[in-house]
Design a protein around this ligand. Structure first.
Ligand code: LLP
Length: 421
């Protein structure tokens, strides 16, 4: 469920007509709903109500400071993967003890930053990383709490570019090596083993891969405890999918996912962490865009928008679907025709979707690309020298620009022409 609905014939974000935002901020622009973010976060809190837990929002899905502050104020932890994300979480007011550091390529400088500033746990993804973390922590005279990310070799049954839990993926330590790596961790100075971590992929629409992976996690917890490790925290990762289409094939709900966790590891007495990103932010955002032209082609019509692949890369990158809807509600029975919806970037791949049934629209009409709050703005670029897309947050009947559209001067101002040129 989200808070983007038609009211009096116009698509609204909560109580604000999208036409008002377009008029004041211009397009393209991302628009987020505070109520949807809040609701989705609370669904995960409720799903884990049966135990001690921390819901760590995956910052990579939407890292705007206002979004992080909103979630942080609700009690969210943060799952981060870089110094930049750490800095964002802290700037949004999230304390270090609620921040989990994931990622396969943490540098020594990033480890130092997190250890200095405060960190809940490092999710260690390789043996060289473990050795480096031990050195860095020892040199600072502190102890780094760690979980080892274990790769359970489970097929997440999602798009191959976002599956992470198979043996051939670069993530985590093979489960068969886990006991050796934990033994090494326990022997290293500056390292304290606190738990186990797994993350098997993103946009999972079936709970079975989770069941398989978490059963392995439960076995591993028992084995590691028998080896003498104090395993007290289990980080179950993120990845629960969202409905990108409004049909009857909705993925499982957070509450059902919480039950799967409970059935698999509920008897182990561990604190549970999860790292949802898309499920909290995805349907909390839309990309609002204007039609530039309706171009009649050979056998098909092109709807050319002012949003492009540089603003929302998911269709080009993963053949992802985003519902595209007119902001002005169409009366039932309004004739529709198939349109290829494209952006102005000079690539054929700059196509949001082919053959979308839409009413006849013309220059200046507004459309919304739905479910764009996760992996939307964060993956935007300035390709074709199109200034980075701005972001707006709505709460009730008011809204604010939470990232302004850069001017052309600001965009150019980041480059330097050397004086010797
Ligand atoms: N934890 C870890 C360690 C992750 O790598 C990820 C996502 C998450 C949590 C959050 O997963 P989520 O709950 O959002 O599915 N750009 C792609 C998605 C990449 C996901 C990468 N890792 C897309 O647009 O679909």
């Amino acid at each position: 469920m989200d808070h983007f609905n038609y009211v009096d014939g116009l698509l609204h974000a909560e109580d604000v007509p999208l036409t008002v935002i377009a008029a004041q901020v211009g397009t393209p622009v991302y628009v987020y709903s505070a109520a949807t973010l809040t609701r989705h976060f609370k669904l995960f809190q409720q799903a884990l109500e049966w135990t001690d837990h921390l819901v760590c929002f995956a910052v990579k899905s939407n890292s705007n400071l206002a979004v992080l502050k909103l979630l942080g104020d609700l009690g969210a932890g943060m799952d981060i993967v870089s110094a930049g994300e750490y800095a964002r979480a802290r700037a949004a007011g999230v304390p270090g003890e609620r921040i989990v550091f994931s990622g396969v390529g943490k540098t020594g400088a990033e480890m130092r930053m997190a250890l200095d500033g405060g960190i809940r746990q490092f999710n260690v993804e390789s043996e060289p990383e473990l050795e480096l973390l031990s050195q860095v922590a020892s040199s600072l005279g502190v102890v780094a709490p760690i979980a080892v990310r274990v790769n359970p070799d489970v097929d997440a049954k999602t798009h191959e570019k976002i599956a992470t839990g198979k043996a051939e993926n670069k993530f985590g330590i093979p489960i068969a090596r886990a006991r050796d790596v934990y033994a090494r961790a326990a022997a290293l100075p500056g390292i304290e083993v606190v738990g186990i971590d797994m993350h098997i992929g993103s946009q999972l629409t079936d709970l079975e891969p989770y069941r398989l992976a978490y059963a392995k996690m439960a076995d591993l917890t028992r084995a590691l405890r028998a080896d003498g490790h104090d395993i007290r925290r289990l980080d179950m990762g993120g990845g629960l999918g969202i409905p990108y289409r409004r049909d009857n094939n909705a993925p499982p709900l957070p509450i059902e996912y919480g039950q799967v966790i409970r059935e698999a590891v509920g008897d182990l007495g561990c604190e549970i962490e999860i790292e949802p990103g898309r499920n909290i932010s995805g349907n909390a955002g839309i990309l609002l865009s204007s039609v530039i032209y309706l171009k009649e082609g050979e056998g098909r019509d092109f709807l050319i928008l002012d949003a492009a692949m540089n603003d929302l890369i998911r269709p080009a990158m993963y053949a992802a679907h985003h519902d595209i809807v007119p902001v002005v509600e169409q009366a039932p029975g309004t004739p529709v025709a198939p349109h290829d919806v494209v952006g102005p970037v000079c690539e054929t791949g700059d196509t949001f979707e082919k053959a979308v049934d839409l009413p006849r629209l013309s220059a200046g009409d507004l459309v919304a690309l739905r479910s764009a709050g996760a992996y939307g703005a964060v993956m935007a670029s300035e390709y074709n020298s199109r200034p980075l897309v701005p972001e707006v947050l709505v709460r009730g009947d008011h809204f604010a620009v939470i990232r302004a559209r850069p001017t052309l001067e600001e965009m150019l101002g980041r480059d330097t022409i050397p004086e010797w040129l």
